[in-house]
Design a protein. Structure first.
Length: 177
């Protein structure tokens, strides 16, 4: 009787082996270049985007931002999410609009708890204001004023040093046409 159970046990063990999820901690990456190019081509303002990041920065999400739900309308901004070399999260957002509204939209469900969180710092020729949220930290750069402001927000659980690295990697994106 015991011998007749061996094939069944072997089948169950093989089934379990092949059906169990593998925990290889692989990060699913994307290529944000299409969204960067589209924003540069069709957006209403000149943009900068992360270009000179080390390969250890893994882009995991990218989205063109619009003022309405119509996916055919002109993009008003761009956001790209990254897993950093230290396995933290960082998000780059560039958008035109009133700085307070852009900041609120950029931190999603996080609440800005300290704005500014310190004196402005110069990184790669831009003035950045540090902020703190209940879910991490960030830097905000504002060029212009009012609704015509171009606002860049870098936020996430990444350290200020990693966010500085992201800020340093920002380069202008030229239109192709």
């Amino acid at each position: 009787m015991l011998r007749s159970l061996v094939p069944i046990v072997v089948l169950v063990v093989l089934f379990a082996y092949f059906c169990m999820p593998k925990s290889d901690n692989k990060i699913n990456t994307i290529d944000p270049q299409d969204n960067i190019t589209s924003m540069a081509e069709y957006g209403a303002f000149s943009i900068v985007a992360p270009k000179a990041l080390d390969k250890s920065w893994k882009p995991t999400s990218s989205k063109l931002l619009r003022d309405d739900s119509n996916q055919l309308s002109t993009p008003t901004g761009l956001t790209i999410g990254y897993v950093t070399p230290k396995m933290k999260f960082a998000r780059f957002t560039i958008r035109q609009g009133v700085p307070e509204a852009v900041l609120k939209a950029s931190v999603d469900d996080a609440t800005v708890t300290d704005d500014p969180a310190g004196n402005a710092v110069q990184i790669a020729g831009r003035s950045w204001t540090p902020i703190t949220t209940d879910k991490g930290r960030g830097y905000v750069n504002v060029a212009g004023s009012g609704a015509a402001s171009i606002v860049i927000v870098l936020v996430g659980s990444a350290s200020y040093d990693e966010l500085k690295e992201l800020a340093t990697a920002l380069q202008p994106v030229a239109k192709k046409s």
